[in-house]
Design a protein around this ligand. Structure first.
Ligand code: TRP
Ligand code: ZN
Length: 898
């Protein structure tokens, strides 16, 4: 039985072209927080390619006052949330349709549609928020030309912004004023935006390569202006990069970014008027860490790159979401790598991206929300803004890049724009353009099979085995692939998997590669695995080699090979592929961790053997490796990554093992950490560049290790030094790293430091988010974190309505602190279910994200498993759940979707 308002699943196969087109839209807003009036005048036309149908317009929480057709009254009816006009004039002449509605932005806590944040009006229309502003064909394949007039109190809302160009502005009666904006490009309604409020802007005039003048603006609240320099620089770099790398120029006179502190996601690519979460705009050396600076650059790039990949060419329907998101993530990752410059800094960025994929996307693919990069059905589209769509989607684009080469990829992009500029298309259209532009490539040769990356969910498993024949001097490499059934699909067919590889000698030197019957290539080669099993023979291999497989993580798969410890140590010391060098260390650490997790009894204090510790010491002391890279090698795999490797997960056991391993690293390398701290401490005047940021991150890790080691020896030197650094730090990175070291090591100085930190930054919301988040992620001694989190819920600075704040406290505890969250008394799960329900009444989109936190409950050992299922069932049993949360918990329980 469906409750009222309960949606059913939407199927990709049901796609139909719209029965009507909307050619132009003229919107007039009388902005008022309690009651905003919206007059929507559209020119509409029947789609001649589709049998005649009624016009059905989407709406959500609107008050309808008037409908007029061609200047006169018209009959209409409501069907659920849709406004239906059945008796419109026949024929294909355009019609004028006028709809007058009101809405209440101040009551809009979902932050979708038109809402108020700190006295300023903002909109968020992707994916289906425009229907909360006016009745419309709210689907991305209906693209229209927009004219927008904003009217509001001049005193309260001096700045009035919308998409495109400002063509008129002036004063009205009663202290009101107006601004009229015209967007020169047609667009789907999800790219509409308006902003009205008291804002100030940093401005920059630029000239593009093509010689066109543009005005760039970053709008923030007064007082935040000095935190916008980095965002503006990032925007200028983005504009230059897209021209240089892809020949794509800015197509607008004016490009605006506006920051708001109330935002469901990271940022939004509205045409010419990007709206950002303040977290991804504001950055100053005293309030933002190096990671924040890097995130600002990458999100500014991401949204700017959408201007072509998403806006000029958009999605036919929301099942094609990865068409714009996967491609745009690929572009922002490449942008960050190109900005980073050195090969080593590029490798660091690649490792960070792969880490996200493996710790978040692989679990998604193995859990109840598994879906292909191009899903087949959904209940709530907001639930499909996932790591699969974004990060795996980017990997699928990256594989195409690897299969056609860098130049071939640029050709493919060119053909994609030649064919589809100005239209709404599918993922198939993208791959087809890539293939057609590269007729001789393996992508084109295996095109139909390659497309399985879009249609099949699940993470493929590639098993490798090698055989060396010393008499024939040949090395035979066999690769096989399989993919386990996923929650959504029982059957999988083989994928096209590019496996970049090389061979190392026992001393670590790169061996020349020569496939039998072919010429010597170089020291690296890409094998294209297409069958269930395939074999390659390498000739003139002078010694038994160590294979270096899946270099640069050339495909989003799990690679299994029976490496000996010695082989992995060789790779860790010598592999020329920086990714695999890091990977070798991770494989060893994971191997020892899993052994200790599976062993009964108390966790040993020497989980890792001396040879591995000493190899890590060599990396830490290495004369030429970058600090950022060393820091990644010395960081153990996360608890969630370890959990994914196990059939049955005991979160407390995993936590205890990882803690013990970290303690072992801290104690065994104590002198080396002290050296590393001193050797990397001077990073000069603050600059967020990768080299000095790497030094800061390594010294931060060193401090934590030294504080951990101090616990064993009850020495107070390093905790004292750490507190000193916390007090004296000249930038937020050093300050926050020192504070974290105190908190994570459970130092007694942690509490006074936290208090001091709050006092210093009480007026900096983004820093207060860090303060909440750090405490929610603290090390759990005797179950002390949950009571602290509950206490913090009552803190005057806490608010459930602000998504950043809710995430900083609740998500940091429920989703990022497994050792504290998975309690044998189930109190963590009860807390989770209370918060999911509480949030659902305010903001279903954010609630559904939190609801994902128990996706992997089936893998848990008892008593966690039963307790977690009960908590999910408790949420599912609540009447009037949002579609968002209902879809997530229903899938988690494994029930049929309504
Ligand atoms: N399109 C945005 C991006 O990836 C994502 C986004 C921002 C979003 N806000 C949203 C998606 C709200 C759904 C709902 O750049
Ligand atoms: Zn995006």
């Amino acid at each position: 039985m469906l409750r009222e308002g309960q949606a059913t699943a939407i199927q990709r196969a049901d796609y139909q072209a719209p029965a009507w087109w909307i050619e132009t839209v003229d919107l007039a807003f009388d902005l008022d927080p309690a009651k905003t009036r919206v007059l929507n005048k559209m020119r509409i036309r029947r789609n001649p390619d589709v049998p005649a149908q009624a016009l059905r317009l989407d709406g959500d929480e609107l008050n309808l006052a008037r409908v007029m057709v061609n200047g006169g009254g018209s009959s209409f009816k409501m069907d659920g949330n849709q406004l239906v006009l059945e008796n419109l004039p026949e024929g294909h002449e355009p019609l004028d349709l006028e709809i007058f509605t009101t809405c209440s932005p101040i009551q809009n806590t979902k932050l979708m549609g038109l809402y108020v944040s700190e006295g300023t009006f903002f909109t968020q229309c992707e994916a289906e928020g425009f229907r909360r502003i006016t009745y419309f064909l709210d689907r991305p394949d209906v693209m229209a030309m927009y004219t927008v007039t904003l009217r509001a109190s001049k005193n309260d809302y001096p700045v009035l912004l919308s998409n495109g160009n400002l063509v008129d502005e002036g004063d009205l009666d009663d202290g009101r004023h107006f601004a009229k904006w015209v967007d020169p490009h047609k667009k789907p309604c999800y790219l509409f935006a308006l902003v009205a409020g008291k804002l100030v802007a940093r401005e920059q005039k630029i000239k593009s390569r093509a010689g066109r003048d543009h005005l760039l603006q970053v709008y923030v609240r007064p007082g935040d202006l000095e935190k916008t320099e980095h965002a503006m620089n990032s925007l200028m770099h983005s504009v230059a990069w897209d021209e240089a790398r892809f020949g794509l120029s800015l197509d607008l006179d004016r490009f605006m970014i506006v920051a708001t502190s109330d935002f469901n996601m990271g940022a939004m690519e509205n045409k010419g008027l990007n709206i950002f979460n303040t977290k991804y705009v504001l950055a100053s050396q005293s309030t933002a860490t190096d990671v924040d600076f890097a995130n600002v650059e990458s999100v500014v790039g991401h949204e700017y790159f959408h201007n072509w990949t998403g806006n000029r060419i958009t999605c036919r329907d929301w099942f094609q979401l990865s068409l714009k998101e996967g491609l745009t993530v690929f572009r922002d990752q490449e942008f960050s790598m190109d900005m980073a410059g050195t090969p080593s800094a590029r490798a660091v960025k690649r490792i960070e991206d792969v880490r996200v994929l493996r710790t978040v996307q692989f679990p998604e693919d193995a859990g109840p929300m598994a879906h292909p990069v191009r899903p087949d059905s959904y209940i709530e589209i907001n639930n499909f803004y996932t790591v699969t769509i974004y990060e795996k989607g980017s990997e699928v684009v990256r594989m195409q890049h690897n299969l056609v080469g860098r130049d071939g990829f640029a050709e493919g992009m060119k053909l994609y724009f030649d064919r589809h500029d100005g239209s709404a298309v599918t993922c198939d259209d993208f791959v087809q353009a890539m293939a057609d532009a590269n007729p001789a490539s393996p992508l084109t040769q295996h095109l139909q099979q390659f497309k399985r990356w879009y249609s099949q969910s699940g993470t493929p498993l590639v098993k490798a085995s090698g055989q060396y024949d010393p008499t024939a001097c040949t090395y035979t490499l066999t690769l096989s692939q399989s993919c386990a059934a996923t929650a959504d699909q029982p059957e999988k067919l083989p994928f096209v998997i590019p496996v970049e590889m090389g061979l190392l000698g026992q001393d670590g030197a790169a061996l020349p590669l020569q496939l039998q019957g072919e010429a010597v290539t170089s020291s690296s080669h890409t094998l294209v695995l297409t069958q269930a099993e395939q074999t390659w023979v390498f000739a003139n291999v002078a010694q038994a080699p160590v294979p270096s497989l899946l270099r640069g993580f050339s495909a989003p798969v799990v690679l299994e090979y029976d490496f000996s410890d010695a082989e992995l140590l060789t790779q860790l010391a010598h592999d020329t592929d920086a990714f695999n060098r890091w990977e070798a260390g991770q494989r060893l650490a994971l191997r020892y961790a899993l052994q200790a997790i599976r062993t009964q009894g108390e966790v040993a204090s020497d989980v890792m053997p001396a040879a591995f510790i000493s190899a890590l010491r060599d990396v830490l002391r290495h004369p030429t490796l970058d600090a950022a890279y060393k820091d990644l090698v010395l960081t153990l795999p996360s608890e969630s990554y370890m959990a994914e490797q196990l059939e049955v997960v005991d979160p407390q056991r995993i936590h205890a093992v990882r803690e013990s391993m970290r303690q072992q690293l801290a104690v065994a390398l104590q002198a080396d950490w002290a050296w590393a701290f001193d050797a990397h401490s001077d990073t000069g005047a603050y600059r967020p560049d990768p080299v000095s940021a790497g030094r800061r991150s390594l010294t931060g890790s060193a401090l934590l290790m030294l504080c951990l080691a101090a616990r064993d020896s009850s020495d107070t030197l390093w905790p004292g030094k750490t507190y000193q650094r916390f007090k004296d730090a000249g930038n937020m990175t050093d300050r926050f790293n020192a504070l974290s070291a105190l908190v994570y090591s459970g130092a007694t100085l942690a509490q006074p430091a936290l208090e001091r930190f709050h006092a210093l930054f009480r007026n900096e919301p983004l820093v207060i988010d860090k303060w909440f988040s750090l405490q929610a992620g603290a090390c759990d001694r005797g179950g002390n974190v949950l009571p602290a989190v509950k206490q913090l819920l009552k803190h005057p600075d806490f608010s459930l309505k602000n998504p950043n704040r809710a995430r900083s406290l609740i998500f940091s505890y429920c989703s990022a602190n497994p050792g504290a969250f998975h309690r044998a008394d189930a109190a963590g799960y009860v807390f989770w279910s209370d918060r999911v329900l509480e949030l659902d009444a305010i903001n279903p989109q954010v609630a559904a994200r939190l609801a994902r936190g128990l996706d992997r409950w089936r893998k848990l050992a008892e008593p966690y498993r039963t307790a977690a299922r009960e908590a999910i069932a408790r949420v599912a049993a609540k009447p009037d759940l949002s579609n968002d949360v209902r879809e997530v918990v229903t899938r988690a329980l494994g029930k049929d979707l309504a």
